[in-house]
Design a binder for this molecule. Structure first.
Ligand code: GLY
Length: 303
């Protein structure tokens, strides 16, 4: 079904490689975006509203469900927002805060577009952004799976020797395992009835990873992009996604007139099958989602 002027389109994903039975979370998030469109009519606020639902859910690798670092204690999160009104904000490696996507939105109102690490955390503190430092059993179980995978012979991160994580270990606490991977980001793209586009994304990063690692999610043109022809969000292993500037590349194809489904297929085809990757996109007339590894998503269109 295509979208006409005046209608809306919302696509929400729960991460490449996430269980597809988490789809209910994506549906709830998309419903929240519709509500927000009814209140503000703003594509970006709607995309952010959807992402906050997924950050609060606890099952997805973002916000309350963000992947634990290899030390089993640290949680570093990245998030980004962008729209066609010129709003652009991102944070990377933030710790102990609630809803990183709202912090990324707050950065968009500063003189900068991107804050990282300690400065981003201090910014959160300065604006009295809510804190969150609880670790759930779901997060601990995910961590146990990753450590188990690192101890095995299969690569926990495609193309990377498991020993590399011990060789370059930079957590304060010493590694206490011999040497599952998680890379599932959450994201939402929205076309509002006024024709504007917005995108929001959030992640606990890829696991396993070293301390301070940043993937694609907060990198403009890699994990997210919005322009006059549409909005795109990517999910998967950031180290691979950034090398293709994936979100902007797919956006450019759509802008050049390629059918959206074909642009998504071409984007996914850039990657080896063992590299989990997913895409969601909206354009003036279409909306879609595609992944090579299973990805819960929800799509709501009002023509
Ligand atoms: N796509 C999430 C990450 O690689 O950090």
């Amino acid at each position: 079904m295509s979208i006409t002027q005046g209608g809306y389109a919302i696509v929400v994903h729960g991460g490449a490689g996430s269980p597809c039975d988490y789809k209910d979370g994506c549906e709830q998030a998309a419903g929240r975006a519709v509500e927000e469109l009814g209140i503000s009519g703003d594509a970006l606020e709607a995309a952010i509203a959807a992402v906050t639902v997924l950050e609060d859910d606890g099952r997805f690798n973002a916000g309350r469900g963000a992947a634990l670092g290899l030390d089993g204690a640290t949680v570093e999160m990245d998030a980004s927002v962008m729209d066609t009104r010129g709003r652009l904000g991102a944070v990377a490696c933030v710790q102990g805060i609630e809803n990183p996507v709202l912090l990324a939105r707050a950065v968009a109102d500063t003189p900068h577009w991107f804050l990282a690490g300690d400065g981003a955390n201090r910014f959160a503190h300065a604006i009295r952004h809510p804190t969150w430092d609880k670790i759930s059993e779901h997060q601990r179980e995910q961590h146990r799976q990753i450590v188990k995978k690192l101890a095995g012979s299969a690569q926990a991160m495609p193309g990377v020797d498991n020993q590399a994580f011990l060789r370059f270990w930079n957590y304060e606490k010493a590694a206490d395992f011999p040497v599952g991977a998680a890379c599932d980001t959450v994201g939402a793209v929205v076309r509002a009835p006024d024709g504007h586009f917005g995108v929001a994304a959030s992640t606990g990063g890829s696991a396993p990873s070293l301390l301070g690692r940043v993937g694609d999610t907060p990198i403009i043109g890699s994990g997210f992009y919005a322009g006059p022809a549409g909005a795109v969000a990517a999910t998967g292993i950031g180290e691979y996604i950034v090398r293709h500037l994936l979100a902007h590349r797919v956006y450019s194809w759509i802008e050049d007139g390629m059918p959206l489904e074909q642009a998504l297929q071409r984007g996914i085809a850039l990657f080896d099958k063992n590299v989990e990757v997913g895409l969601i996109a909206v354009s003036r007339l279409e909306a879609g989602a595609l992944s090579n590894s299973g990805m819960p998503f929800a799509k709501l269109i009002q023509p």
